[in-house]
Design a protein. Structure first.
Length: 199
């Protein structure tokens, strides 16, 4: 489950959306969202991007993140957002978005290993320890590829609440909002509009 940052301002606390607990790529695309006072970007600078990776256990706390690496993380977020939109709409994404994800996948792929635990062998993929940031980005890109190509892909949806820019996994076909908070906002707006029109 996505950790709550208790040190962040209260307005940055957003309830996690369905699917984020299983897919960190979904949590990544939701690091940019809208509130009543404007856009929020949880990866807005290098420190914020490093903190997000550390809090999601993708990067050791001692690892330094460069501005270029933070920019690559934001680029991956935007590419995944475009791919999620294309998947949800049944459209073809831009080659640029596909190239961006594939470049991250190729930069620091995990090394397959055969591991023997007790009497049973199994395959394990070890991250590139010499390139922890590349390995973290690769893990996010792999997660996004798994989501886009797996059984859950049909459930990827944008929130239908006006002004909300978050993505989630639908629990049923009729679900249109990422959280009850967004659903309540939409219902309240409809109620207000119907009372205004009948007055």
């Amino acid at each position: 489950m996505r950790p709550v940052d208790h040190d962040a301002p209260h307005y940055l606390h957003q309830p996690p959306v369905p699917g984020e607990e299983h897919f960190l790529s979904l949590a990544l695309v939701n690091t940019r969202y809208a509130l009543s006072h404007g856009q929020v970007d949880l990866l807005e600078d290098t420190d914020a991007a490093r903190l997000w990776l550390v809090r999601h256990e993708l990067l050791p706390d001692s690892t330094v993140l460069t501005g270029r690496q933070a920019s690559r993380l934001r680029g991956l977020r935007e590419a995944l957002r475009e791919l999620f939109a294309a998947r949800a709409e049944g459209a073809v994404p831009s080659p640029r978005a596909l190239d961006a994800v594939n470049a991250v996948l190729a930069a620091a792929p995990p090394t397959p290993r055969l591991v023997w635990a007790g009497r049973e062998p199994h395959r394990a993929d070890e991250p590139d320890l010499a390139n922890p940031v590349g390995a973290a980005l690769c893990a996010l890109a792999e997660d996004g590829a798994d989501l886009l190509t797996g059984a859950e892909a049909e459930r990827i949806a944008p929130c239908g609440a006006r002004g909300c820019t978050r993505w989630f996994l639908r629990s049923h076909a009729a679900r249109r909002w990422c959280t009850t908070q967004c659903g309540n906002r939409v219902r309240a707006a409809r109620h207000y509009a119907s009372r205004k029109s009948s007055a």
